[in-house]
Design a protein around this ligand. Structure first.
Ligand code: ADP
Ligand code: ZN
Ligand code: ZN
Length: 733
């Protein structure tokens, strides 16, 4: 029989594929993109099969309207990986495909390099470089940026130069634009640059040999204390891969993607390095994607979604800071990039290295059980010295914007010795709440079950759950009193207070608010390294991967919240945070000190952490997890439901519970907990409920979810709620 139809996966929230008639002329290709009519829309989908059979009668079928690709978008291995993601995360295949595609290819763009618009000086313009631009500061900035060569249009936009400024200069005849295709560089025969490399220590050499000695798939945990030279190991592992003509994928956490990291890869190798991050525009991202696919790039460094980058010949995957929470996608396809990367390495039959100073407990468990090879770097590289730590009991002490007198004295010592001090406070804004001093009323977001954070500088209140902003309340909405006070301390308040406390030293704040604009984080980090600031204030953003050789004192201002949390991962998270933050101190030859302020110095978690290295602490917590039947000893999926009406969300989950429990596969090793209201019971106006499914076997979890989902979708309540499945949930709120 003649093939008559194409089965197409479309980016719609339905667990099915759609049949379309083949167009006249060329046949579409399996794994390639096509454009099809869908209702009143036209969608881009992936052909997954060409067939002569369809269950729909032919006269009801529509035709494919356009064929976009002549070749499959992905290799067989990557295509299989995406199918695995769809099954494992119980997510529609068409949507998985869509998420894995770069934005440009989700639209009807061709999978071809696109030209990038650039600007350069004309001869007339070059003669104007010395002119006085007076108040035309933006024009002066453009001319200055162009002084040493052409600059892309996007770079100007990022530098907050608008199109009109460029147009003005173009009209004057001083600058001109040109469209250029990215230059495809050829790989040189010497993949490494001439740069001097440190002599490896014994542990590093052993780790490198271990990975190089095995062929095919193997998973390694590179368990190395902060500053022990893990990056140096990665670089050494990549060299032979490139020499064989294969490529390397390096995954980094969102915030770990700093110029420092990228620069180390770029300066070590002569092959092109592509960096994939959220700041790229659509064309840049497509070019990076193509450059990896066509082996123009030797190394791709990227955040979470880079795990789906196509390669002509991938030779190794490295996941740096593998414990980092940003590897887990928190909406739609809730994948964990580390876990997907391991599956990818397996399918591609290549090694994967997971690096961390504070591995996830799941990873430690796999290393202890022999599933992963355990490689250890126990000493700091170079001449860095270990830190000392001190618990400061602040019970009854007066705190000035969160700082106790002994800490202030300690800070003064370090500052006066010419060193930098890092203050860690995981709370943005001026204060985490505003309260009526007369009656205790708290300003609460009307759309969420949460208090407004107060921002003094912008004179507004902001809800960190839904992002809504409001002018500051001047009057209590309960008793009418105008005596509204701030409660608690956030980084903004700490910053303003430090200026009074240490007028002779400069401080800088690094959190999500102060680094919202592109380039802000980079320039802040650069000025810290140059020593322009002596006091660094930061949230967990500052705890990650940075190398500040002059920081000798790190203080955690408030650790009590972490000691009393209901989330079973809280102790693991806190241990990671503490170890990472502490790792910022004494990275160079200067001795570092860590101070923790707490009201509970005797707390067992704190004592356990301070008195044993992270790995040993991890084993202890794993023991507790085993007793409590928690991951990694069991498997979890969180089912969430949101609705305007709380009762509807609860009722829906009750029905889901019945569905799960009546599944023939559900046995005595399975358990359902809930439904219960979510820890954040209301967000953006929606009531939130959740329920946990626990199984002892991973494969059973998979089978139960896959076979129950179609039944759940037929529940009448399912139409009235927004619901989703979160496999291996990381965030239980
Ligand atoms: P990590 O990634 O574990 O934090 P890095 O690879 O960044 O550690 O190494 C920390 C510092 O030590 C870097 O400045 C690096 O250049 C240096 N370093 C790494 N390995 C060695 C070595 N074998 N000898 C001397 N210095 C080293
Ligand atoms: Zn809100
Ligand atoms: Zn009041």
């Amino acid at each position: 029989m003649q093939p008559t139809i194409a089965r197409v996966a479309l980016p719609v929230p339905l667990d099915k594929t759609f049949d379309y008639l083949l167009p006249g002329g060329d046949l579409p290709i399996v794994g390639g993109r096509v454009v099809v009519p869908f209702g009143r829309q036209s969608l881009v989908g992936i052909v997954i099969e060409i067939s002569e059979k369809t269950e729909v009668s032919l006269q009801h079928l529509k035709s494919i309207s356009q064929i976009l690709d002549r070749a499959p978008v992905w290799s067989t291995e990557l295509y299989e990986l995406l199918r695995w993601c769809s099954q494992y995360y119980v997510h529609p295949l068409g949507d998985v495909f869509n998420i894995a595609l770069p934005g440009a290819l989700r639209k009807k763009r061709r999978a071809e390099f696109t030209s990038i618009k650039e600007w350069r000086l004309t001869d007339i313009g070059r003669n104007q470089l010395m002119s006085n631009f007076g108040r035309a500061v933006k024009q002066a900035k453009v001319m200055q940026m162009l002084q040493s060569g052409s600059v892309s249009h996007q770079e100007f936009i990022d530098a907050e130069v608008g199109s009109t400024v460029l147009k003005t200069l173009q009209d004057k005849g001083w600058i001109e634009s040109l469209e250029t295709l990215p230059k495809i560089k050829h790989w040189p025969s010497a993949v490494e640059s001439e740069q001097e490399k440190p002599t490896l220590n014994q542990e590093q050499a052993i780790a490198i040999a271990a990975v190089n000695n095995v062929e095919g798939f193997a998973c390694y945990l590179l368990d190395g204390v902060t500053g022990s030279g893990k990056t140096e190991v990665y670089l050494n592992l990549i060299t032979p891969v490139l020499e064989r003509g294969e490529q390397a994928l390096v995954l980094v956490p969102e915030i770990g993607l700093t110029p420092q990291t990228i620069q180390r890869f770029e300066s070590r190798f002569n092959v092109p390095v592509e960096v994939i991050h959220s700041g790229l525009n659509e064309s840049e991202r497509l070019n990076a994607w193509l450059s990896a696919r066509d082996k123009a790039a030797g190394i791709v460094i990227g955040t979470r979604s880079a795990v789906f980058t196509p390669f002509e010949h991938l030779g190794i995957i490295i996941v740096d800071e593998e414990h980092d929470a940003s590897y887990k996608q928190q909406d739609t396809l809730r994948y964990h990039a580390r876990d997907v990367a391991i599956m990818r390495a397996h399918k591609e039959r290549i090694p994967i290295v997971l690096g961390s100073a504070t591995p996830a407990l799941e990873t430690i468990h796999n290393a202890l059980s022999g599933k992963y090879h355990h490689l250890q770097l126990t000493k700091r590289a170079g001449n860095a010295t270990p830190t000392t730590n001190k618990v400061l009991d602040i019970k009854g002490l007066y705190l000035e914007s969160g700082l106790s007198a002994p800490l202030i004295a300690e800070m003064r010592q370090h500052l006066e010795a010419g060193n930098q001090v890092l203050l860690f406070l995981n709370r943005r804004g001026f204060s985490p709440a505003l309260m009526c001093h007369e009656c205790g009323w708290l300003a609460e977001c009307y759309r969420c079950e949460s208090y407004y954070t107060y921002y003094q500088k912008n004179n507004e209140m902001c809800c960190h759950h839904c992002g809504s902003r409001k002018p500051v309340v001047r009057q209590c909405q309960s008793c009418g009193s105008s005596h509204v006070v701030t409660v608690g301390v956030g980084t903004e308040q700490l910053e303003s207070h430090l200026t009074d406390l240490f007028p002779e030293f400069k401080s800088i704040r690094i959190d999500r608010d102060s680094t919202r604009k592109k380039g802000q984080l980079e320039s802040a980090l650069a000025s810290i390294l140059k020593g322009e600031y002596q006091i660094l204030i930061g949230t967990q953003m500052l705890a990650k991967g940075h190398h500040f050789p002059n920081v000798t004192l790190v203080a955690l201002l408030d650790v009590d919240g972490a000691l009393y949390s209901s989330d079973f991962r809280a102790s693991e998270r806190f241990a990671q945070l503490y170890t990472q933050v502490a790792g910022r101190a004494g990275r160079a030859s200067k001795k570092g000190e860590v101070v923790l302020q707490t009201h509970h110095p005797e707390h067992s978690l704190l004592q356990g952490l301070l008195n044993s290295p992270y790995g040993q602490f991890g084993k202890m917590v794993l023991g507790e997890r085993k007793m409590a039947l928690l991951p990694p000893f069991t498997h979890l999926s969180l089912l969430r439901a949101e609705a305007n009406d709380s009762a509807v969300a609860e009722l829906f989950l009750r029905q889901v519970r019945l569905t799960l429990e009546s599944n023939p596969l559900f046995d005595e090793t399975c358990m359902v907990l809930g439904p219960t209201p979510s820890p954040i019971t209301k967000r953006a106006g929606k009531a939130r409920w959740q329920m946990m499914l626990q199984t002892s076997e991973r494969s059973l979890m998979q089978k139960i979810l896959l076979s129950s989902k179609p039944v759940i979708q037929t529940l009448p309540e399912s139409k009235k709620v927004r619901w989703g499945i979160d496999r291996d949930p990381q965030d239980l709120s």
